[in-house]
Design a protein around this ligand. Sequence first.
Ligand SMILES: Nc1ncnc2c1ncn2[C@@H]1O[C@H](COP(=O)(O)OP(=O)(O)O)[C@@H](O)[C@H]1O
Ligand SMILES: [Mg+2]
Length: 258
Amino acid sequence: MITPVAFNRTLEGKSNAHLIRFSDGRDYVVKFFQTGFEKTLANEWVAYCLARYLGLPVPYARLVEIPQEFSTHVPELAQMNVTQFQFASIYVPECLDGHQVPTIGSITNHEILAAIIVFDYWLSNRDRTRKNILLHEEEPDHYHLWMIDQAEIFGSYNWNLTEIENLPTEIMKSATHQIMASFIEEEQEFFEQIELIQTLPIHLIEEVVALIPEDWEVTREERKAMVSTLVTRRKKVLPEIMHLFIRKIYRPLQVKEN
Ligand SMILES: Nc1ncnc2c1ncn2[C@@H]1O[C@H](COP(=O)(O)OP(=O)(O)O)[C@@H](O)[C@H]1O
Ligand SMILES: [Mg+2]
């Protein structure tokens, strides 16, 4: 397992994510378990594994351990809760967020944009803000899009059983989804993604949830609820919401452009 070698800085945002260099020579954004934000790490883990399986553009991530000998020498880390594992994703350098690029010429990986929106609705990610996409300029005005920050899937970073079992079934207000939707070429892309999600093996979902570290305090009932929410939502709710999204958001954007 890689070990931390140098603390860089704390990143802006409610997660108190920290930028840390590891023994593999790479910089990782590390999120720690925080009281009040108890589901952050489990949400990130589950969303990351599923996104990666589906081929979505999430920065490579892994579980890491931060030994106490390291954190006690870093004032920013000294007050963090020490669980055995933390969630770490590779820092993608030289990116701008959605606020910093007011007009995007084109998105080079536009063929996965519908997949990201479908994914956010499947997982009920209410936090796809402009800060939670990263844009890397590959050529002037042409950007590769990364998705980051899946801490608020299942509606919240501290959901409880009642909440996860009653997730919203309406379209969410997201300027970022609108921006992404304006670059989607074919309606068909939404339906292909729904089908892919519907045929994902249940065993894979169960395995991902089972691998959530014990000390992140997700109970057996909550793990079961995560699996059953994912399996239930993909059947009926997801296609219904996506039809609404296409009618209310995607199609009007197409009309505007033509
Ligand atoms: N993999 C990454 N590469 C580059 N920057 C990142 C990455 N992950 C997070 N950041 C930066 O750190 C900020 C906080 O991380 P984020 O995951 O959005 O947590 P939160 O918003 O919950 O605090 C982001 O807005 C972004 O600026
Ligand atoms: Mg964020």
